[in-house]
Design a protein around this ligand. Structure first.
Ligand code: ADP
Ligand code: MG
Length: 515
């Protein structure tokens, strides 16, 4: 039956139609359905004028009964909505007879009512005569949609953050296979995302011999507990990386593990810093111990030196004299060790004015025998003579560096000792620059990288590997810095050590001196 008959109460047309009893009760039944439908119901003519509206539509829009008839549906729409209505609803509707699930805003007075509408054409014989509209209140749905959009955006932002995090963040399925693998994980382990996804996580992050750990991990995850572990993991290229791993279970009711995620952090740097700290603490205590040993040894050493001197005086055969001389030499070496090696932890005294030319000369004098034995000539040029500094420490610095230079010139060479007033661009202060250079063997890159490490030596049992380590410390304690350049090329081999100390210097005229 045409909708106008069903909805047509009050338009005067139904009175002209004769209906028998049965038809009347059917009509009543449908009218009842129409009025009490859970959604709004409208009948429009092809121009969009409202012919009839049911109560749910009226209560949704707040219109009172009778107010709606004659109004054009387009006037309920915003201007853009009206254009939309003609082009996107009416035209397709006339072509296909139906338009479903159209989201529109009804503008009634000051209110804006979001709706979802289904449009369909009503035909009389084959001619379209009316438009039937079912209207659903979409306020809730719009809210849900908004909420959904917001949380989807939030999730997208979050997953961007996770994707670009420098920490490895990985999610895995219940069977342990990787579901997501972020850039941090790709950087840390060397597997690109597509390479890792689907592969058992354990195979990617645990070395073969530690695969057992996965059982313990899964056990605690299944009981809803986090699992943490720190240890050696392996990069794709086989190198070892120290990592800290934290696994978090994802449970669904009732307490079933469905997936888990892993946060993995590279702790290699942190670990090596911890080790270095431990090492330097150990060294500091070794230093304190050495210093007190040196102190304890010095007195008996002085006594034995004196006794040997007396024995030497009374030695009456050449053989005995030779023996006591050897004993004295060896003893001198012991004193050298206690004063130069073991006493490096000594507390420094007050700074004094040190004549650098004298310092150079006394160091050269001390090494005279060794310089001569190795046929090394020396050149001293001192332009800045005085430096306010800790004399003992500066002497030790120069002794250590010159000692190394002599060691590097076993087959002869030349030792250069220079100093002059200078300005450090790096520190932006005035001071003095000392240069100690040799044309000895020089050092390659690998050696250069390690020379300041304690106990690093290329001299076997002949070296302690403490010289430059102590020197660096002493230079820093005096507010200066040390720079070493070296070459092993066959034509220009040798080493140049530059030292800079800030402070007032008293310049003297050129002190050129050659040996
Ligand atoms: P040591 O002299 O006991 O070996 P150092 O800390 O003084 O310890 O020096 C460390 C290492 O640096 C030496 O073993 C040597 O290989 C290298 N080195 C230092 N100075 C020189 C130099 N002038 N020429 C060549 N090698 C040097
Ligand atoms: Mg040395």
């Amino acid at each position: 039956m045409p909708t106008s008959e069903l909805a047509g109460s009050g338009d005067g047309r139904d009175s002209s139609i004769h209906l028998d009893q049965e038809a009347t009760s059917a009509l009543e039944y449908f009218r009842d359905l129409y009025e009490n439908a859970p959604s709004g119901y409208l009948v429009l003519n092809l121009d969009g004028c409202i012919l009839s509206a049911n109560s749910p539509f009226l209560s949704l829009t707040g219109l009172s009964k009778g107010q709606e008839t004659g109004l054009n549906f387009r006037t309920f729409l915003t201007s853009a909505g009206a254009i939309f209505y003609d082009s996107q609803i009416l035209q397709p509707l006339l072509l296909s007879g139906k338009r479903d699930e159209i989201a529109l805003d009804l503008k009634i007075g000051n209110r804006r009512i979001p709706i979802l509408a289904n449009f369909s054409l009503v035909y009389e014989s084959t001619e379209p005569t009316q438009i039937r509209v079912i209207v659903f209140n979409a306020s809730d749905r719009r809210l849900f949609e908004k909420e959904l959009l917001r949380s989807r955006k939030e999730a997208e932002q979050l997953s961007e953050v996770i994707l670009h995090s420098s920490d490895a963040i990985v999610t895995a399925k219940l069977d342990g296979s990787v579901r997501t693998w972020n850039m941090g994980a790709a950087n840390l382990f060397g597997y690109a995302g597509p390479e890792a996804v689907g592969v058992p996580l354990w195979r990617l992050i645990l070395p073969e011999e530690k695969l057992e750990l996965s059982h313990t991990a899964m056990k605690s995850l299944k009981s809803g507990l986090e699992f943490s572990w720190e240890g050696a993991s392996r990069h794709k290229n086989g190198s070892e990386i120290e990592v800290s791993i934290k696994l978090t279970p994802h449970m669904e009711a009732p307490g079933t593990l469905v997936a888990f995620s892993a946060m993995i952090r590279d702790v290699s740097k942190q670990k090596s810093a911890e080790r270095a700290l431990l090492q330097s603490e150990k060294l500091a205590s070794v230093g304190r111990l050495a210093s007190s040993i040196a102190h304890e040894i010095n007195n008996p050493l002085a006594a034995v030196t004196n006794l040997l001197y007396l024995i030497d005086q009374q030695a009456n055969t050449p053989a005995l004299k030779q023996l006591t001389e050897t004993a004295q030499e060896e003893l001198a070496r012991v004193s050298q060790i206690t004063s130069h090696t073991l006493r490096f932890h000594r507390q420094s005294s007050n700074p004094t004015d040190l004549n650098l030319k004298n310092l150079f000369e006394s160091v050269v004098a001390l090494y005279r025998a060794r310089l001569r034995n190795s046929s090394i000539s020396t050149e001293i040029r001192a332009h800045a003579a005085q430096l306010h500094c800790h004399e003992g420490e500066l002497r030790q610095i120069v002794l250590n560096i010159v000692g190394n230079a002599i060691d590097a010139m076993k087959l002869g060479g030349k030792l250069y000792l220079r100093c002059r007033q200078a300005r450090s661009a790096k520190m932006d202060v005035d001071g003095v620059r000392l240069v100690i250079a040799d044309n000895g063997t020089g050092m390659d890159q690998a050696t250069m990288a390690k020379i300041f490490e304690p106990f690093f030596t290329t001299k076997g049992i002949g070296g302690t590997g403490l010289g430059l380590w102590i020197t660096d410390d002493l230079v820093q304690r005096n507010g200066g810095f040390i720079k070493i350049r070296s070459s092993v090329s066959s034509t220009t081999h040798g080493t140049i050590v530059t030292l800079f100390f800030p402070g007032k210097t008293v310049s003297e005229k050129d002190h050129g001196l050659s040996y």
